[in-house]
Design a protein around this ligand. Structure first.
Ligand SMILES: *[C@@H]1O[C@H](CO)[C@@H](O)[C@H](O)[C@H]1NC(C)=O
Length: 416
């Protein structure tokens, strides 16, 4: 290709598509990777109806970058999003971050907002023969506590959300000639990331650091994998996979990196949901994990974060002692009481005060549940040749995140 590719990003403003946009079209003057970039999501960006962070609005100001607010449940809308602006070549790369990430939404919402939207985008991308279609897969699984943690390991989709995100991979994988690559991530963190469980965990640690008390967690003794990945590596991996796929196409990609995406749903759903792939149809698609090299356990994760804030990490005895009697749902408010009131104090007495921050130390049941996450990144390193930008989860990477949030006034600054 003599020109740079054109790319379109669907969804994910509330997860990690902003980091990819900033990689493709840096706002700091670094060389851009794409000619034209379109980003499509359901949110408004001016005024913002979701947290955007301070960098993304600068990306949108760059030349040949377009944001479009759209209802992607409508097939004709999806199709129109693929029409490039006048004078531009058709899109070369499609990055699909769409899907509902709130774990407690009903199944019907998951089917419409996760399964259906991705399938519409995938069908349209296949129809237009887009050279690369990269789909994100969040860590909505329970992994095994030990083993190789590679892409062949059998992992269990978690709950309604996990089930439909996984089902979406089958639907996309079954679309003939879709140049699909799936990137499956460990626990995400990094600047301007405000989804999943690591970020509230960091806010809670900040509270206990402020109180000068040990941080207490549930799920003792926490010796299970809680592997992390920096958002820059999620973005980097997705870009690397697009370049890899565009050169070889789906058939060769399946031969080199295809994995079976097993059926994990109820068989009765197949007749109820349009586009669902029958349980006995084998689906193969290129799949790559991405995680950092730290491969931390929950205890190690807690130790890194707590020590960054000058405190220590420990476990709630009352929860572990009573685990047989009480459900997490019943003790959730007790667990949150101290650190939520502390966070409120921190953001209101901060210099400057940041009372409207979208970051919170509230830990919901989903955040607190034991979740084993381990997705070895050996395959993407060996097959695609990807090199991690942020291989370690440590004080430096946690500190970079906190300092950038302080600088945009979305994290409390309570330094004396
Ligand atoms: C999106 O379109 C669907 C189908 O027409 C409609 O039911 C839904 O209300 C729309 N959503 C929004 C936010 O407008």
């Amino acid at each position: 290709m003599s020109r740079k590719p054109n790319a379109i990003i669907f969804g994910g403003l509330n997860t990690c598509s902003r980091a990819l946009a900033a990689l493709l079209v840096p706002a700091d003057g670094a060389e851009r990777l794409v000619e034209h970039l379109r980003i499509v999501d359901k949110y408004s960006v001016a005024p913002p109806t979701t947290y955007l962070g301070s960098v993304f609005p600068e990306v949108l100001k760059q030349p040949n970058v377009e944001y479009r607010q759209a209802n992607l449940t409508v097939a004709s809308t999806v199709s129109s999003c693929f029409e490039p602006p006048a004078g531009q070549a058709p899109y070369d790369y499609v990055f699909d971050f769409t899907g509902e990430i709130q774990w407690d939404r009903p199944e019907a919402v998951q089917i419409t907002h996760t399964f259906k939207i991705a399938r519409l985008i995938g069908l349209e991308a296949a129809r237009r023969k887009v050279p690369a279609y990269v789909r994100i897969q969040h860590p909505f699984y329970q992994c095994k506590e030990s083993g190789s943690h590679d892409e062949k390991e059998d992992v269990k989709p978690e709950g309604v959300m996990g089930t439909w995100w996984h089902e979406t991979l089958r639907a996309l994988g079954a679309i003939p000639d879709l140049n699909l690559v799936i990137v499956r991530t460990a626990l995400p963190y990094g600047p301007y990331v405000n989804y999943h469980a690591v970020v509230p965990f960091i806010a809670v640690a900040a509270c206990y650091g402020y109180l000068k008390q040990p941080m207490k967690a549930v799920n003792s003794p926490g010796k299970y994998p809680s592997h992390t990945v920096h958002v820059d590596d999620i973005a980097g991996a997705m870009w690397a996979c697009a370049e890899w796929m565009a050169k070889i196409g789906r058939k060769e990609a399946d031969a080199i990196a295809g994995e079976e995406i097993p059926f994990k749903n109820e068989k009765s759903k197949v007749d109820e949901v349009e586009g669902m792939v029958p349980h006995n149809q084998k689906v193969i698609a290129p799949l790559f994990n991405i995680e950092d090299d730290s491969k931390v356990t929950l205890v190690e994760l807690g130790n890194v974060i707590a020590s960054y804030f000058g405190t220590t990490f420990d476990f709630h005895n009352f929860v572990t002692n009573m685990a047989a009697k009480f459900r997490l749902e019943d003790v959730i408010e007790d667990i949150n009481e101290v650190h939520v009131s502390t966070w409120t104090k921190m953001i209101t007495t901060s210099n400057p005060p940041v009372p409207n921050t979208q970051f919170s130390s509230y830990m919901d049941v989903y955040c607190l549940k034991k979740r084993v996450v381990a997705f070895s990144a050996d395959k993407i390193k060996n097959v695609v040749g990807y090199t991690l930008k942020r291989p370690h989860f440590n004080h430096e990477t946690v500190g970079e995140m906190v300092e950038k949030l302080k600088a945009e006034h979305s994290w409390p600054n309570n330094d004396p």
